[in-house]
Design a protein. Structure first.
Length: 253
């Protein structure tokens, strides 16, 4: 699982330094709107999903007025005449790794065309609905870079006592898994230990992973990047495993 953790870390680091801030803010704006629409209103004290996205927005230094507009859009205020639709796409990357995409779009046909084209150019295949979703669980995940093993083990015990289902500490990365309804409680306990709120998220976690050779790993990473660069794709998940060496080489490219 460490391959997935480090891939997520690289994506976060690249995203934080991404010059295309407008694209990042658009994705967060859409996620804010959906969190309000589906999660129980615009009060983050009552809507934990919204609080998670707000933490992400603040971490990305998203302007407050943009955040406010997105929240209003989700609550039906200041509607722009376009309705966001949530769509899941499933397929396979080079070497057969499963890929699951979460998209938010105002134009289903445009998004499907863009996703299909990206899969084709990247050496993958867009599949039918349900072809890979069975291999993923919807969980709460808290991820932290952890160079201090002793501290990592301490946080592991604290997280388990707070209600975490599983904890992995590998390759200087700590990953805490919870049931969806337990993430808020575990996050609160860890906040007292200095764990930043933006470290937590809802995520699709693979039940099993698949090994690829170095070339296939690099091709899969490029395909995932291409897919996540699409305006309408919010998140990309995979069960492909990535070696530390390939990730470090890819991350420094």
């Amino acid at each position: 699982m460490s391959g997935h953790s480090k891939w997520s870390t690289i994506k976060h680091q690249k995203g934080a330094a991404d010059a295309k801030r407008g694209v990042l803010f658009t994705k967060i704006s859409r996620e804010l709107a959906i969190a309000v629409k589906n999660g129980g209103g615009s009060d983050p004290d009552m809507n934990f999903h919204l609080r998670l996205v707000l933490d992400k927005a603040k971490s990305a230094n998203m302007p407050q007025d943009s955040i406010a507009r997105a929240v209003k859009r989700g609550s039906g205020e200041g509607a722009e005449g376009e309705t966001l639709e949530e769509i899941t796409y499933e397929g396979y990357g080079p070497g057969g790794g499963a890929i699951l995409l979460q998209a938010l779009t105002t134009n289903r046909n445009r998004t499907a065309s863009d996703v299909r084209s990206a899969f084709s150019r990247g050496g993958g295949n867009l599949g039918e609905s349900g072809c890979v979703a069975w291999n993923f669980d919807y969980l709460g995940v808290i991820g932290l870079e952890m160079t201090d093993t002793e501290r990592g083990e301490e946080l592991t015990m604290i997280a388990i006592d707070a209600g975490a289902d599983d904890v992995k500490l590998e390759d200087e990365y700590l990953e805490i898994f919870t049931a969806i309804d337990q993430l808020q409680n575990v996050q609160k306990v860890l906040a007292d230990e200095g764990v930043p709120p933006e470290a937590g998220q809802f995520s699709m976690v693979p039940k099993t992973i698949i090994a690829l050779d170095d070339k296939q790993q690099e091709q899969t990473l490029r395909l995932l990047d291409t897919l996540e660069d699409l305006d309408d794709v919010q998140k990309a998940y995979t069960n492909a495993d990535f070696s530390v060496e390939v990730l470090e080489r890819y991350g420094s490219a």
